[in-house]
Design a protein around this ligand. Structure first.
Ligand SMILES: [Ca+2]
Ligand SMILES: [Ca+2]
Ligand SMILES: [Ca+2]
Length: 471
């Protein structure tokens, strides 16, 4: 069905069935998950470090990495669909659960009491979705801000949203180290959440100046807007659309929620927050530690997932262009997009916005999620400052080398056209697989690669760590 294919968390039938079970509060499924969680919490998993064997004998359902010089460790497990992590220090992690609205603190693998428990909406892709922490592990914990993004839509009665107050929210907190709690909430950004309930994006990132970036999708207007109006904005490249309302872009703001300068695309709020637009949905943004440039991953419809170099004012093309194709009224491929032809009209906000084509395209959707620049040499120089991208389909972690100019990816063979076509060999970019629904990738203060699995088959969500396989 359309929704199942378009929902990047639901590209796999097994995953889809599990999500349905969770969404409908299926008693057996929920109880099993709660029971599993309780068992794991009771065990505490304080001295886990379960190292998964890498090699030909491994079960196909276990996570694997292709490089024999690396191995996988389990850091903590038993979570209800974790969507992200952030580090307070070495082996000191904050973890978000999408559906419960809980942020856990995990110290040396031990899961402590929640640092906050938020009232979130969790239908489909709504929930507690993003975290960013200031200070990069160097400043004192008490001086830090913790940013969280989440969806909340009040219910008037079961399954009916009260549109009043329904939104995606970004809050800023202080971290109270003495009591291990998030305190002093400040609402810094209110974004739309309708019609939804998918394409909320939600990931957060800080740049060197500690300005905050927020990714948000189109909130699924293309499925539900048949009988609804008011959601067709210029940010979706609808030339006669209404003014952008915060959807379908990557927004940049100060830690107080203010625009930077006069805004890149226009001075009106919230247009003055847009750093990029024309984004159907994104679960992955990060900044190149060498060039300082933002990159993202984006989710296409039934085709055309993307990786993009996101220069200031970047237009990704949705909902007129996706991948390398122009789209028709039903958002299907309608031939190759030719930037020099004017048969497709894009919004350019008085020449301030600029379309550019993706740096990489998956023709067949994989549901790309987290995007990470691996700013560490702890896994060897082959991986230093390279791009890693998580995904939903088969739990694959992709790995990309960049060209020397840091403006494009270094790809060969079937992928030298920058497109993973349906019959292409993708071995050169597959770093690992079977990690379930990957929701986050991070570099720890220890310099290792952390992989967050929202869930893996019938297993609960977990944090894995990739470390050298010392012999
Ligand atoms: Ca695009
Ligand atoms: Ca490399
Ligand atoms: Ca190709």
């Amino acid at each position: 069905m359309d929704l199942q294919i378009r929902n990047p968390y639901i590209v796999d039938r097994k995953i889809h069935e599990m999500m349905i079970n969770l969404d409908r509060k299926n008693l057996t499924g929920t109880l099993a998950l709660i029971a599993t969680s309780i068992v794991f919490f009771l065990l505490g998993f304080s001295d886990d470090s379960i190292a998964y064997a890498v090699g030909p004998n491994v079960s196909s359902t276990n996570p694997v990495v292709s490089d024999p010089n690396l191995k996988i460790e389990s850091v903590a497990t038993g979570f209800d669909f974790p969507t992200g992590i952030a580090f307070l220090g070495n082996n000191d992690i904050l973890l978000l659960e999408k559906n419960t609205g809980i942020v856990y603190r995990i110290i040396d693998g031990n899961i402590t009491n929640p640092v906050i428990h938020l009232n979130v909406s969790s239908k489909d892709e709504r929930g507690l979705l993003g975290i960013a922490v200031t200070g990069n592990g160097e400043s004192k914990q008490d001086d830090r801000f913790v940013f969280l993004s989440y969806t909340y839509c009040p219910k008037v009665k079961a399954n009916v949203n009260n549109t009043q107050g329904c939104g995606n929210y970004v809050y800023r907190y202080k971290f109270d180290t003495e009591n291990s709690k998030l305190i002093e909430p400040q609402l810094i950004l209110t974004l739309p959440a309708l019609p939804g309930p998918s394409h909320n994006g939600g990931v957060l990132e800080l740049d060197k100046d500690e300005n905050l970036y927020v990714a948000i999708g189109d909130l699924q207007t293309t499925r539900f807007n048949k009988n609804q109006t008011g959601y067709d904005t210029k940010a979706q490249n609808i030339v006669n659309g209404t003014a952008p309302d915060g959807r379908a872009g990557i927004l940049r703001l100060t830690q107080d929620g203010k625009p930077i300068g006069n805004g890149l695309l226009g001075e009106e709020y919230p247009l003055n927050l847009y750093y990029a637009y024309g984004v159907k949905n994104s679960f992955g943004i990060d900044i190149d530690p060498i060039s300082g440039t933002l990159w993202d991953s984006e989710n296409g419809p039934q085709f055309g997932d993307e990786i993009n170099l996101v220069e200031p004012g970047f237009n990704s093309g949705w909902e007129k262009v996706q991948g390398i194709w122009k789209l028709n009224q039903t958002k299907s491929k309608n031939g190759m997009y030719d930037e020099t032809s004017d048969d497709v009209k894009l919004v350019d906000f008085d020449d301030n916005g600029k379309y550019s084509s993706p740096e990489f395209v998956w023709d067949k959707p994989v549901g790309p999620t987290a995007l990470l620049f691996f700013a560490s040499d702890k896994l060897g120089e082959d991986y230093e400052n390279d791009i890693f991208v998580g995904s939903v389909k088969k739990g694959v972690v992709y790995h990309f080398d960049l060209d020397n100019d840091r403006k494009s990816l270094s790809l060969t063979g079937d992928l030298s056209d920058l497109v993973l076509n349906r019959k292409d060999n993708a071995d050169q970019i597959i770093f690992g697989e079977n990690f379930g629904i990957i929701t986050d990738l991070q570099v720890g203060p220890d310099g290792y690669l952390y992989i967050v699995s929202g869930s893996r088959g019938t297993d609960a969500g977990a944090i894995y760590r990739i470390v050298p396989n010392l012999k």
